[in-house]
Design a protein around this ligand. Structure first.
Ligand code: ADP
Ligand code: PHD
Length: 467
């Protein structure tokens, strides 16, 4: 099928060094040479986002030596890639990288002097990963005789709210994106947008949450009414399970927006959980494609996905490092009161709620939240209707989920999952099924995740050659 506009996203692995960047540029060039306009969206080089977060924390705690050492590594990595991509020491790209790295150094030194790292400062620092990789992609494209122009997410028109660390795009972004990128595209220039980031109306840099470059790409695609989004990955597409845990996992040819959201929410690192939301209104398809095998169709994600009656479950996924919090109301408090206190605390603190289950006879409600959010959840509970509630936290748990639109109305799916878990000697701590019937999730011990995933994957015949 011929396209006129594609948005292509390249993640950290596909930007990790000069060779990977050159290969990614050539994947864009293939389409550009066919007359397709392409908007390129890039992530930071693999590992750089984590390194920047560690550097910011080190500076805040006063360990400027460690921060400077890591910063030097980041500098070397980018300068080496620029040189290998043909950027001369006096070129505009190398000068720009030098300036960005100097601003980053000053920002980190500021955190060190103040011993203070606000969510806003953290976002400003962490977004440098993408700001540093975008010029390298522009350079690689220009070495292929293509005209390219790189921009920050904000300069490309992505305007967000002020939720630093997990910002959401504002509706007025759409028109701004068309204004900022339309002219470039009309002039035959390929925009290269730094992913993961946007900016507030006041011009402060925000980030869209980990894995947010997928989200940047779909926000741009929605605004520009692109034909498709192609998210290039180091895997064949969205797989039936994490291929690092299940070598036998295979590519899923089609998923609906709803299915992919559930998968991402329940831990499949392959896409940002909100990535497809900007596509829902227009129905723009998203393809997850393999950078190593560009002609392989990968996974097509769209509004209505093909359903295979033999496979009501399409994938198994897990989130490790989860805490279970059990909340009990004392005597007079019934379940509604307990739920009300609990949920208002959760909402206030913007906590990711993975599972909820209640026991009506005991005025008891249990929730599963990521370990990283558990401290805040407990603190919020302490500050809420404190005296009448008691709560306890269990760490070291995980949530395992099966996902697939075909389980809607099908009997026996949960039974098959529970039998497989029992046979794998996995203790189930909590169970939940959304009324959308797109998933069934269970809480289990962290240590049992790999074995349980293998067992459930096999029980639903998801592996290669399982039939
Ligand atoms: N169900 C799944 N399908 C594909 N990949 C998965 C799945 N679950 C986890 N992953 C992991 O997600 C990784 C791809 O995501 P990510 O590293 O964020 O890509 P990128 O950096 O290209 O955006 C793979 O390396 C894989 O290990
Ligand atoms: N660099 C950011 C954003 C991102 O989407 O990265 P990747 O495409 O490599 O998952 C992160 O690590 O969260």
């Amino acid at each position: 099928m011929s396209h006129s506009l594609l948005v292509m996203k390249f993640g950290g692995t596909n930007m990790q060094d000069a060779a990977a960047i050159r290969h990614s540029a050539s994947l864009s060039a293939r389409s550009i040479h066919q007359g397709v306009k392409v908007v390129v969206v890039v992530s930071a080089m693999a590992g750089v986002t984590n390194a920047l977060l560690t550097i910011a924390d080190a500076a805040e705690t006063g360990d400027i030596a460690a921060a400077n050492d890591s910063l030097a590594e980041i500098r070397t990595r980018h300068m080496t890639a620029a040189a290998e991509l043909g950027g001369r020491p006096d070129s505009a790209t190398v000068r720009e990288l030098r300036e960005l790295l100097e601003t980053l150094r000053q920002a980190i030194y500021g955190v060190y002097l103040l011993r203070e790292l606000s969510p806003r400062s953290r976002d400003m620092i962490v977004a440098f990963g993408e700001r540093l990789s975008a010029p390298l992609m522009s350079l690689a494209l220009s070495q292929m005789e293509l005209r390219a122009h790189h921009l920050t997410g904000g300069a490309a028109g992505i305007l967000t709210d002020r939720h630093f660390g997990s910002a959401r795009p504002l509706p007025q972004s759409a028109e701004r994106i068309r204004d900022r990128l339309g002219g470039l595209l009309d002039a035959g220039v390929t925009p290269v947008v730094a992913g993961f980031m946007g900016e507030t109306e006041g011009g402060a840099i925000t980030t869209l949450g980990r894995g947010g470059t997928d989200y940047s790409a779909t926000i741009l695609a929605g605004a520009l009414a692109a034909d498709e989004v192609w998210a290039w990955k180091d895997v064949d597409g969205v797989m039936t399970a994490d291929p690092r845990v299940i070598p036998d996992a295979q590519n899923i040819s089609e998923l609906s927006y709803g299915e992919v959201m559930e998968l991402a929410y329940f831990g499949a690192k392959v896409l940002h959980p909100l990535a497809v939301t900007p596509l829902q209104e227009s129905g723009i398809p998203l393809r997850v494609k393999s950078a190593a095998d560009p002609d392989f169709p990968g996974t097509l994600v769209r509004a209505e996905a093909a359903m295979d009656i033999q496979h009501p479950v399409k994938a198994v996924t897990a989130i490790r490092n989860v805490s279970l919090i059990n909340v009990t109301g004392a005597g007079v408090l019934g379940v509604p009161e307990v739920v009300a206190s609990l949920f208002s605390a959760i909402a206030r603190e913007n906590i990711t709620l993975l599972m909820v289950s209640q026991s009506s006879s005991m005025s008891n409600v249990s929730i599963a939240v990521p370990d990283a959010d558990a401290g805040r959840a407990m603190e919020a509970l302490r500050l809420s209707a404190a005296d009448d509630l008691s709560y306890e936290q269990q760490t070291g748990k995980a949530v395992l989920a099966i996902v697939g639109g075909g389980m809607r109305g099908q009997k026996g799916v949960s039974a098959r999952m529970f039998t497989a878990l029992a046979e794998a000697d996995t203790n189930i701590l909590m169970i939940s099924q959304g009324s959308s019937e797109l998933n069934v999730s269970v809480a289990i011990e962290n240590s049992e995740v790999d074995g349980a995933t293998r067992a459930v994957h096999a029980a639903f015949s998801l592996g290669r050659g399982a039939e």
